[in-house]
Design a protein. Structure first.
Length: 215
């Protein structure tokens, strides 16, 4: 185990595999709820793999008058039918994967029910995925933005679509597995946890464990 017993993470929408490898490794997990919303991050987007390559799925959010909005107060926008579009895209990408039918009934409801706040939406998704992946951990919420638990490694900014393919993370080594379009693209690492779940099913947890490197 690492010198830190816990880790502090941002909220995330169907977070990437690297994120879940940390959820599986650390006994103490804190999710930041008092930071200001940061655009173009996994807080409201995920990346899956389709027939034409990587596909970003973005949850639209309401734009407030002020530039800074606390993440726990950020509302989801429903001006467009993004839920239907996201599910159709996910279905198209993974309906032929080995475990899609096994998990679809657990995932599809998130694209039917309308959640008011992004943070609550993400939290429910992550807790459901933790259960499906049989990860034995409890998500805790921060009490204040500046107060980082002494036992926690601060990883709020390190897992990002802007950096996750180029920034070194000594704790993470992507473990290859067979993806739907492996023959076309080769192995694409660190996609949404959905990619691992639908392709590997019950073996997903073992791959998460193998991808985490203790320091």
């Amino acid at each position: 185990m690492t010198q830190h017993s816990g880790i502090l993470l941002s909220t995330a929408y169907f977070a990437p595999i690297r994120y879940f490898s940390k959820l599986a490794a650390y006994p103490e997990i804190y999710i930041e709820q008092y930071e200001n919303f940061i655009k173009q991050t996994f807080r409201n987007r995920t990346v899956i793999l389709g027939a034409n390559g990587q596909i970003p799925l973005i949850v639209p959010v309401e734009k407030g008058r002020g530039k800074k909005i606390c993440i726990k107060d950020l509302r989801i926008a429903y001006d467009e039918e993004w839920q239907r579009n996201h599910w159709r895209t996910i279905f198209s990408a993974y309906n032929s994967s080995p475990f899609f039918e096994y998990y679809a009934d657990d995932i599809e409801p998130f694209f039917r029910k309308k959640y008011e706040f992004l943070f609550d939406f993400n939290q429910q998704i992550t807790e459901t995925l933790i259960e499906l992946l049989e990860i034995e951990t409890e998500l805790k919420l921060t009490n204040d933005f500046e107060q980082i638990p002494e036992t926690c490694l601060n990883f709020r900014e390190q897992i990002s679509p802007k950096t996750h393919l180029i920034d070194a993370d000594p704790q993470f080594v992507a473990q290859p597995y067979t993806q739907v379009f492996t023959e076309k693209f080769g192995f694409i690492p660190d996609l949404s946890i959905l990619d691992l779940l639908f392709n590997e099913g019950p073996s997903a947890h073992s791959l998460l464990d193998e991808s985490f490197i203790s320091q």
